[in-house]
Every structure is written in C-alpha cells, then in structure tokens.
Design a protein around this ligand. Structure first.
Ligand SMILES: Nc1nc2c(c(=O)[nH]1)N[C@H]1C(S)=C(S)[C@@H](COP(=O)(O)OP(=O)(O)OC[C@H]3O[C@@H](n4cnc5c(=O)[nH]c(N)nc54)[C@H](O)[C@@H]3O)O[C@H]1N2
Ligand SMILES: Nc1nc2c(c(=O)[nH]1)N[C@H]1C(S)=C(S)[C@@H](COP(=O)(O)OP(=O)(O)OC[C@H]3O[C@@H](n4cnc5c(=O)[nH]c(N)nc54)[C@H](O)[C@@H]3O)O[C@H]1N2
Ligand code: SF4
Ligand SMILES: [Mo]
Length: 702
C-alpha cells in the first residue's frame, strides 16, 4: 500500500518512525532510502534494504539532504520581484496571486506575440517520472508554447546507443565481478555512481585488469593497471586505433559481425588510418600503452566497458561514443556474463511518456536548451518574452553563461522560476514559486543505472507553502481554461495514472512492493537476455541518419584549433559535493582550478595564487590548486558551481561556448580552450583588490 501523508508536527503521540522511499536525483544509482523521523522531522537519511545494489551505503550529499529541506535558502512562499532583476528581493504573495499573474502574462503574450514567445525550460531537477512530462506537458502542449530540445546531457551518447543497439540494458553493476577486463572510459564512478566501485574492486582483487581512460587521474585510475590520460575530445581516434588492431590482427569476431551487424566493412575502412602512433600523437598518449590496451581488449573475455558521459561533451563526442560502444560488437565481447558495455540503462524497461501525456505535441518552435542564451538574446520570430523554469538551474548549468545572463537581464523578459531553493536562476525571476522536494511529495524514481522504477513518497509535510509540480501545473492550466483530468491534479493521482500506464502491469508490483523492473531482467547478459531494439534487430555500425547529420560523417575526427592564444583544455566533471548544481547552496568554500605542475610552473603559479582563467567567451577569477592528477594541458573545475563559488561570479560555463556536439546537438562542456594567468592582489583601504597581470604569452617549460 502507498503510505498516506504523515501526521502533522504537532501530533505528539507520533514518535519515531522510519519510512522507505527512493532517491530520484539525477544519478544512475537511484538508491532506495530509509528516512528516520522524530515528531515529523527528519533525523536521518540512509540506505534501505529494498534495493540490494544500493543497500549498505548512500552518498554524503543525500545523507545531508535535510539541510536543503530545512535550510535557510529554501523557498517557502511564492514571491513577486521587488528590487532590480538579479537582486533576489521578493514580496511574499499568495499562490492565487502568483498563478493569476503567470496566467495573465501567458495570455497577454500569446495575444501579442503568439504562444511560441513562451519558453518552458526544464531538465533533470529531480529525475522523477512525475516531476516533468506529466501535467506540465499537457499544459504547454495545449497552450502551444515553444518546445524544448532537452539536450544538455546524454544527447550524443543517446544518439549513438540508440542507433547501434536501440538502448538495451547494460551490464549490471553486480556482473562486473565476472569480468576479466574492465575499461572505465570517460566515467568517474567514484563520484558519479559509486555503487559500481565495490564491484570493480572485487573484480580487481579476483585478478581482473582495470583500464581507465580519462584526462584526470581519478580515484579508480590511481588503482588501475593502465591509465590512458587522453587529451579531452580525442577518444574517437583511441577507439578507432583499437578497432583497426582488432580487424587487422584477426581479433574481429567475424561470425558475430556476420550474424548481428551491418556495415562492419565501412568501419574497418575508416579505422584503417588510425595506427597506434597516429592516434597516440593526437590523444597525446604513449602509443605503446595504447597498443597494450588494444591487446588486452582483443585477448581478454569477459571484457566490459563502462562508458560515461565525460567523453561526449566535446566536438567529437558523438563519434567517440559510437566508436567506443561499437568495440564489443567488433571484438565479440557480448554473450557472456560480465561482457559487453554499460552506459545508460534507462531503456531497460521500455517506457513511453506519451502513454501518460496523452496530449498531441504541436509542431511548435523547437529551442535547443544548449542555445538558451542565444534564444533569449537573438531569437525574434517571435522573441522569447517569457521563460518558465522548473527542474533546472540554467544560469549555473547551461553553456555560454554570459549570454544566458544577458538574456535574464532583459527588462522585457518575464521570468518565472519554480524551485526548492533560491538558485542563481531564481534570483533573476519576476515570479518565484516554491517547490516540494522528493521528501515532501509522491514521485517515481526511474533509474538510468539499474533500470528499476521505485516509489517515492512524502515523508514530511511540505515546507512552507511549497507544492509539487503536478499540482501547480494543473492549477495553472485551470486558470488558463485548459482541462486536466481530476486524477492528474494531485501527485498521488498522477502517480496512479503513470503506474497504470507502465508496461507489463508493472504498476501493480510497483505499488505493492515499492519497486519494479516490469519484465526486464535485473542482470541481463547482452545478446542472451536482451537483444538490439533496432528496426531490423541488428547492430548498424554505420547508421545512415547519423552519417548524414555528423559534420564530417561517422568515425571522423575534428581536430581542435591550433593552440595559439588558448592552449589549455578546460573540463568540468561531476563533483561529490553536488548533483549537477543541486545542493550547491551547501558549499562552504570557493573552488580552486586544478592545474598540472608543468602548466603552473610555466605560468609562475603556485597553489593558493589567484588566477584569471579566460578565453573569448568570458573569464573566471579563482584560486588555483597545483595538482598532478590532471594531465598536462588540461585544467579542471567542478560541474554545477554556483556563481558565488568563484570570485567574480562566473563558473566554468562562462568559458564554454554554445557550439554543439557532432551528434545529438549536445553541449560541449569539456571542450573549452582557455589561458590562465596570475592575479596579484593588494590590500587597499582594508579591502583586497586584484591587480591584473597582463595576459601575456606564458613562458614555456619543457
Ligand atoms: N556526485 C555526483 N554524481 C553525479 C552527478 C553530479 O553532478 N555529482 N551528475 C549526474 C549526471 S547528470 C551525470 S550525466 C553523470 C555523469 O557521470 P560521468 O559519466 O562520470 O561524467 P563526468 O563526471 O562528467 O565525467 C566523467 C569523467 O570523464 C572525464 N573526461 C572529461 N573529458 C573527457 C574526454 O574527452 N575523454 C575522456 N575519456 N574522459 C573525459 C572527466 O575527467 C571525468 O573523470 O553523473 C551523475 N552523477
Ligand atoms: N560545466 C558543466 N556544466 C554542466 C555539466 C558539465 O559536465 N559541466 N553537466 C551537465 C549535465 S550532465 C546536466 S544533467 C545538467 C543538469 O543541469 P540542471 O538540469 O540545471 O540540473 P540541476 O543543477 O540539478 O538543477 C535542477 C534544479 O531543479 C530543482 N528541482 C528539483 N526537483 C524539483 C521539483 O520537483 N520541482 C521543481 N520545480 N524543481 C525541482 C533543483 O532544486 C535544482 O535547482 O548540467 C549540465 N551542466
Ligand atoms: S545521489 Fe545517487 S548515490 Fe546519492 S543517494 Fe541519490 S541515488 Fe544514491
Ligand atoms: Mo547529466
């Protein structure tokens, strides 16, 4: 049975209890949780036994999620802007007034500019199935607003996996212990999905070889047998060099290729030019080490590749994902437990949101969220006059931060932000609306790691006047005269509706057990338990649609511009302090740019120095940390920073352009090129004033 809402705080007869729920944040692990309560207040957030794989431990971020729930930055009431935009100064208003204002604006803008002048913007907020693409989709589709291409993450990798395999489930965490070779490629599970780590360690203890391909020496790279510290954006040629070796040395699994794939010959032809020497020169890795990796991959089985998202976020990211994920097909690695690949397993249980949205999507303007800054400052057919943000913190998380900021500054843009806390974006709102957290509402947590769907239920009363998304969008729809079924006007009703639309009667199991996989196996062997979901059931190694959309075609490498003014590659991978920018309000210290000793020395920089990190897109002022764990030529800042985390209010995304990836129109977060110079500070009138050193060409040290 689904629990009803907990009794109110005042109910003193209600003592201690523990409630089971799940974590729907944007993280592959989707842990089951046990929440301890005392008199209606959370006292502990921990793992629960419901899901074996996450039983035992959860991350420190969610252990302290109560600090967000009860924190000072929590939004408790709707507000309307009082001061200037960006000041975060609001008058408290009631929900009625707030939603009447929003509805009134929507009607007026549609009359004057057309509904496409309204842009709803949402992304992974909490990744729950109810918090987006339910009532919000019905409302915005019916009203005819601009549509959003949700491409900020996983667009290139999804394009590649969908075309190759039709998004089948990956090798489960628990099956990593069966592998004899584990390749962790552009992923950092120790931070971004750490329930995999014990399985990798166990396999290593049992004698498996571990290879890590990453520009940084991550925690797993430190313990790995081989660490290939590639230059960002070069994975496609590294993978092609391995393909060439497999084909030329007779390690390609010809029987598998004949039975299961098409176009292997074309891949063979395109890989032929990538000798270890050539690929090694491009990726700036030792060709002999690369050869060793190719030999290991050719000769070892079961071999599994854990492909992450770090390698997709650059101009070659789609081709990188394609070439990496084609390796198990060419090398014949499928068909055994612990062999194959894992990437996103969100397709394990084939869900279609259209089954519960049930409202036709109009052919309205499609805006790529990675180009938000441009949409706000350049689009004029019609211009974007209203931005409705929920489940997203675009000023912190989208590319071209200065452009996004210029857009939000526009006096003639009406911005609504619906969030749990006063985010960087919320500070720029005209109307701000308070949202419940996953501990105050029903939701369905759908895992892109293990594929299961779990029940999320309210364990405490909503803070202040915060409300769940479905309720607010249903309320707004009613004010706009758009009919929403009664069931979909509450989170619990929407839960029942979505549960009822799950395939294979999975809804029943979900409601009775709190978890379901439908008919999907928990730990499938690829090509034994799960098969390609492509139109002809085969793996197309040269998908025609992708070939046409890629600027140079498939398995091609787009070199970076000559390293003249901006020789350093800036990357911004996931941090253990936040989930994207969520929980950023709890960061206590400003960040430091990580830079290799060689690059620091060439610029006369030492740990603690204040630096200016810049390119033509913008600049960041922050302290540096000299760190041999980033490879030479690469600097790194955490993803998901808030503007207050640096000295000048700019984060990595101020240096990330809105260029799109080769496949899927994704974001190029790990493709910025920058220079770093020292800033001298001096005390003046009791304040620390920065004195810029000229951005001169740094002296070279070899
Ligand atoms: N703690 C925490 N967990 C998270 C998140 C979070 O923000 N914090 N975010 C969640 C989300 S939204 C996602 S999408 C996933 C992402 O999870 P991951 O796939 O682990 O993604 P990243 O951390 O972006 O990058 C992984 C690694 O790729 C490396 N890398 C960067 N550029 C390249 C390159 O060109 N080639 C190669 N080979 N490696 C490269 C980085 O150094 C990093 O170590 O994590 C999820 N889990
Ligand atoms: N530099 C750099 N930037 C990156 C990346 C990178 O690698 N480098 N990675 C990118 C990736 S992988 C991703 S996925 C994106 C994520 O970018 P975003 O989609 O912006 O994700 P978050 O920063 O987590 O912001 C989500 C917001 O939704 C709010 N929220 C959560 N649940 C609810 C709810 O139920 N209702 C409402 N109304 N609000 C809710 C949260 O409080 C939070 O403020 O960031 C990207 N940005
Ligand atoms: S963020 Fe990830 S690791 Fe942390 S509790 Fe949620 S699902 Fe588990
Ligand atoms: Mo992501």
């Amino acid at each position: 049975m689904v629990h009803s809402r907990m009794p109110a705080d005042e109910d003193l007869t209600w003592g201690r209890s523990t409630v089971e729920t799940a974590c729907p944040l944007d993280c592959p692990d989707t842990c089951s949780l046990a929440i301890s309560l005392e008199r209606g207040r959370i006292t502990k957030i921990d793992h629960s036994p419901r899901l074996a794989d996450t039983n035992g431990f959860i991350c420190s971020k969610v252990r302290r999620f109560d600090r967000r729930v009860y924190g000072e930055e929590r939004l408790l009431y709707p507000g309307s802007r009082r001061g200037a935009k960006g000041e975060a100064s609001f008058n408290r208003i009631g929900w009625d007034q707030a939603l009447e204002t929003v509805a009134g604006r929507m009607r007026a803008i549609r009359r004057q500019f057309g509904a496409e002048a309204i842009l709803p913007l949402s992304y992974g907020g909490s990744n729950g199935l109810l918090s987006q693409d339910t009532t919000d989709a019905r409302l915005f589709r019916s009203f005819g607003t601009s549509r959003l291409a949700r491409t900020v993450c996983a667009a290139p990798t999804t394009a590649a996996t969908a075309a190759l395999y039709g998004r089948i489930a990956g090798v489960a965490n628990e099956d990593y212990r069966h592998a004899r070779l584990i390749v962790i490629w552009g992923a950092n599970p120790s931070t971004s999905g750490f329930h995999l780590v014990p399985h990798v360690r166990q396999a290593a203890r049992d004698g498996a070889t571990v290879v890590v391909i990453d520009p940084r020496r991550t925690a797993l790279a430190r313990r790995a047998d081989i660490h290939l510290a590639v230059r960002p954006g070069t994975d496609v040629v590294v993978a092609l060099a391995i393909h060439r070796f497999l084909f030329e040395q007779g390690f390609a699994d010809e029987a598998f290729l004949a039975k299961w794939t098409v176009n292997a010959d074309e891949l063979r032809r395109r890989a032929a030019e990538w000798t270890f020497e050539r690929a090694g020169a491009v990726a700036e890795v030792d060709p002999e080490l690369l050869e060793k990796v190719a030999e290991l991959y050719a000769e070892t089985s079961p071999a599994v590749i854990r492909c992450g998202w770090g390698l997709e976020r650059n101009r070659n990211g789609g081709n990188a994902a394609l070439a990496v994920l084609a390796l198990p097909a060419v090398g014949g690695k499928f068909g055994v437990r612990g062999g194959g690949y894992s990437m996103s397993s969100s397709g394990a249980m084939p869900l279609s949101k259209e089954d519960w949205i049930e409202t036709v999507e109009p052919d309205a303007r499609l805006v790529n969220m990675n180009r938000l800054g441009r949409a706000l400052t350049e689009y004029d057919d019609p211009p974007v006059k209203m931005l409705i943000v929920y489940n997203c913190n675009p000023l912190a998380t989208l590319p071209a931060q200065n452009r996004v900021l210029a857009g939000l500054e526009r006096d003639d843009l009406f911005t609504v932000v619906f969030d749990q806390v006063m985010t960087d974006t919320a500070r720029w709102a005209d109307v701000v609306l308070p949202a419940t957290t996953f501990l105050e509402q029903y939701d369905l947590a759908h895992s892109y790691g293990h594929g299961a769907v779990q029940l999320v239920q309210p364990v405490i009363e909503p803070a202040g006047e915060s409300r769940p998304n479905v309720e607010v969008f249903a309320d707004l729809a009613a004010r706009l005269g758009i009919e929403i079924d009664e069931q979909l006007q509450s989170d619990i009703g929407t839960l029942m509706h979505v549960a009822g639309a799950l395939p294979d009667n999975a809804g029943e199991e979900l409601l009775s057990r709190g978890i379901t996989r439908g008919s999907a196996p928990a730990a499938p062997v690829q090509f034994v338990d799960v098969f390609p979901r492509t139109p002809d059931g085969r793996v197309d190694l040269l998908p025609a649609a992708l070939e046409q959309s890629a600027p140079l075609g498939l398995y091609r490498f787009r070199p970076e511009p000559a390293p003249d003014r901006y020789p350093l590659a800036l990357i911004s991978p996931a941090s253990d302090k936040t989930v994207s920018s969520t929980l950023g309000e709890l960061r206590t210290r400003q960040v430091r740019l990580q830079i290799h000793p060689r690059d620091a020395e060439a610029r006369d920089l030492s740990t603690g120095d204040v630096a200016r990190v810049f390119n033509d897109e913008g600049e960041i002022h922050c302290a540096i940390n000299v760190n041999p764990d980033v490879r030479p030529g690469v600097v790194s800042l955490p993803k998901g920073l808030w503007r207050r985390d640096t000295m000048n209010g700019c984060t990595a995304n101020a240096l990330v352009s809105d260029e799109l990836t080769d496949l899927g129109d994704g974001a190029c977060f790990n493709d910025a090129r920058v220079e770093v110079t020292r800033v001298v500070t001096a005390e003046l009138g009791g304040r620390n004033i920065a004195i810029w050193t000229a951005p001169a060409t740094p002296k070279r040290v070899h």
